[in-house]
Design a binder for this molecule. Sequence first.
Ligand SMILES: [Zn+2]
Length: 503
Amino acid sequence: MRVRMRVLGAVSAALVGVVTLVLPAGAAPAQVAPGGPRYTAGAAGAGDAYFPSAGNGGYDVRHYDLDITYAPPPAAPAPLVGQLSGVATIDFVATQDLDRFNLDLRGLSVQAVTIGDKPAGKVAPPAPGATVDGAAYWQVQDDAARVWELTVQPRPKIKKGQAARVVVAYGGQTIRPLDIEGALYGWVTMRDGAMVVGEPEGSMTWYPVSDHQTDKATYSFEITVPEGKVAVANGLPARDPVTEDGWTTWFWDAPDAQASYLTTASVGDFDLRFSETAEGLPIVDAVDDNLTATNRATTEASLALQADMIGFLEAAFVPYPFNSSGAIVDDDTVGYALETQTRPVYSRVARESTVVHELAHQWFGDAVSPGRWQDIWLNEGWATYVEWLWSEHSGRETAQMSFDDVMDIPADNAFWELPIADPGADDLFEAPIYDRGAATLHALRGKIGDDAFFAATREWLTRYDDSTGTTEDFQAISEEASGQDLQAFFDVWLRAPGRPTTW
Ligand SMILES: [Zn+2]
């Protein structure tokens, strides 16, 4: 969801400039001279212009197994600081001959790295061109430049196409990390546990990861918390929880390909409830025991609609993309909801419009993720448009009325100035991304007709399932389905500032 007030001003351009200058070890250029070394360093970033050091190159992660022990903060007035220790087992396949590679890890320190059965020794970053004997790792954490990298130099080196298992033991104090806009995200320490919401690149605050959606993977979790606390992650329970010596371990398995920012392992005083849709899709809801009576009533009414909403979305588009659904509703708050895969997180209350929005994201954002962060309107425009469709389906305001509301915003309003196909890293969650994005889809539907519009949408959800797509990809599919040249349409709606007048 991510609608909230801006806290920081336009600092991202300056930050991005710094980041490109200080990319740490791992950014060495490929060496391709004939007879020269075949092995090169994997890139320190996935190539996203908005978050240059998020994600990494040189390998494709297949699976993360996260074994985490977490102690929430003591009672107030103790500071909101928790303790986390983890062992992350990461299975990847090299996509180039790897001399060294990076993971993203922010605010936590590494105790040991093992590749296969070979422990890596910690060293200081070597000087450029220096040789380091044996496997080694080092960490760069530069908060000011938003660079957080763990570099691993495996020995023997890893051949392209070779599978490798990296085990990282890590941990430290957990705090309340801020994203580039100044909003809480990542592993957000709460008095009663943690609210874990990683968009856009906050998963690195709780596990070593290639933190970009272009490298999706499956996950399994073992989360150990004080007895009485409940830990809820993506997917389904792998087995019953085990309690020993005052600690309970919760086991979750998420077998569907998942972007890192959609990973959660929220901890709290949850009531865990299991149900299913008429078609047998499991629904797991985790509802905080401490919601206010009003918020609880609203939340229960909304969650009771989940099966109907999923049926509505399946009828409009394609079958539900994952093995389970549900919700995490926490009384502590980061101030927004997030579409964490299979199990969105809600702050304090789950309202009907928010629940259908986050469920829509399971198709638009989770199954098909934005190829670059600048493509965020493909997430938020679609989820907002589904809110409009659900409202009409429920006999309330029609999609056309919602569209008219947007077009009633005066032409000189700043709303129309944001180019939503490239809004900048600071403006990913501004209102026009949502509302002009939804209006774009409604206008497209009017221009190419219902048959072509829904055919294009189904093709989008099929072709890019378990993957990512860009604005250009979406335009191409719309053109294929309609047989129309839509360049001018998408320019007017997404790329040019100003309220569209003709399209
Ligand atoms: Zn959203």
